[in-house]
Design a protein around this ligand. Structure first.
Ligand SMILES: Cc1cc2nc3c(=O)[nH]c(=O)nc-3n(C[C@H](O)[C@H](O)[C@H](O)COP(=O)(O)OP(=O)(O)OC[C@H]3O[C@@H](n4cnc5c(N)ncnc54)[C@H](O)[C@@H]3O)c2cc1C
Length: 333
């Protein structure tokens, strides 16, 4: 007889809860995987006054929620959360720990894996269980040119981070019941070396980029931050959201949460407009599920143009301005 019930843990990342539901998406995948290894689905949450999130996790598939609730956890600290997750993992020995590949999750997961002496696959886009009950962690490798499947046969827990938007969350179930397991804050926590001075909430999008049915994606070919701003107007007129490539995000033309690609979000809109984007694999891997792609690029040989259903060889700014003018004219009529 087994001494412990297997468990799959999902780390509760609730900071941008209404914009980023990756924890709920991971719970949904854990619910699908759990029967294959006879495991409980558990969420783990650290913070202060987090009861609402605990309820949410249960309503979205968690059978158990481990909670450390303490005033000192009011603000995030990756050092503290890493110490807490390590502590809990040593105490309760989960089989698998899944963490959202948010900025915070990406910072947290390697610290925990190192401390636990286990493996970690970052930025997974698929998770499954093999015949031996091991977690197959599939993630892009070698600059996104191939998909690597990783298993962790010897060490525990098996750890993976997963990109937001990879899985669909389960519908909210008000009738779901789960065990809440309060855990006392350990006394020997290290004092964090970094302290949060100030935080600022980025204005909420009308909808999440991952859910948008129209995505207007801009690349370096838009030319400048000022010109890039036109895409927001176009997206608004089309009822869509703006995404961007890595150089655009790195140039601070738009916030990092708009990054589409291997290191950012996967999108699956009905229509995707691609303005001044070359079409590197790290970007296109995340837009392949779009029903229709319209690319505008002055270079007809750009890979993005080859991938597009409609390829317009033109200046991206001019096409964007013309579309805005035309849409406004139609709205006025
Ligand atoms: C490990 C790793 C992870 C990465 N992850 C990501 C990721 O998640 N997302 C991502 O996007 N990238 C990612 N990258 C970077 C990626 O490889 C590309 O460098 C990036 O996608 C290119 O962005 P871009 O198309 O905007 O710029 P560029 O490659 O510079 O392309 C600009 C395009 O605009 C066109 N253009 C220029 N002027 C105009 C104009 N006036 N009108 C019309 N077209 C014009 C050009 O012909 C060109 O095709 C990653 C790279 C690595 C190594």
């Amino acid at each position: 007889m087994r001494r412990f019930q297997n468990s799959i843990w999902v780390y509760g990342d609730y900071r941008n809860y209404f914009q980023n539901r990756v924890t709920l998406q991971l719970l949904a995948r854990a619910v699908e995987l759990a029967p294959e290894i006879d495991a409980d689905v558990c969420a783990v949450i650290f913070g202060h006054s987090v009861d609402d999130f605990v309820g949410e996790y249960i309503a979205h598939g968690a059978q158990k929620v481990y909670v450390i609730d303490h005033p000192d956890l009011k603000t995030y600290s990756s050092e503290t959360h890493a110490a807490l997750l390590t502590h809990l993992s040593r105490r309760f020995s989960p089989e698998i720990i899944l963490i959202g590949a948010t900025d915070f999750g990406r910072e947290l997961a390697p610290r925990v894996a190192k401390r636990l002496g286990t493996g970690l696959t970052a930025d997974c886009i698929r998770l499954s269980i093999d015949d031996n009950g091991l977690l197959i962690q599939t993630a892009p490798a070698f600059g996104g040119n191939l998909l690597a499947k990783t298993v962790t046969p010897a060490c525990r827990p098996q750890m993976a981070t997963v990109r937001p938007g990879t899985f669909q969350e389960l519908p909210h179930n008000d009738d779901a019941v789960g065990d809440i397991i309060p855990v006392t804050m350990p006394e020997d926590l290290p004092v964090p070396r970094a302290r949060l001075m100030r935080s600022e909430r980025i204005p909420k999008r009308a909808q999440r980029l991952e859910d948008a049915q129209v995505v207007v994606c801009g690349g370096r070919g838009m030319g400048s931050k000022t010109k890039f701003k036109k895409l927001f107007e176009l997206a608004r007129l089309l009822g869509g959201e703006v995404g961007a490539t890595r150089p655009v995000v790195y140039s601070n033309w738009i916030a990092h949460d708009a990054l589409v690609g291997q290191a950012g979000k996967h999108v699956h809109p009905q229509v995707l407009f691609s303005f001044g984007v070359s079409g590197a694999i790290q970007h296109t891997a995340a837009i392949a599920d779009a029903d229709l792609i319209v690319a505008i690029n002055k270079n007809p040989e750009a890979p993005m143009m080859k991938m597009a259903d409609t390829a317009i060889v033109a200046d991206a700014n001019q096409v964007c301005s013309s579309l805005i003018r035309e849409l406004k004219r139609r709205i006025r009529e």
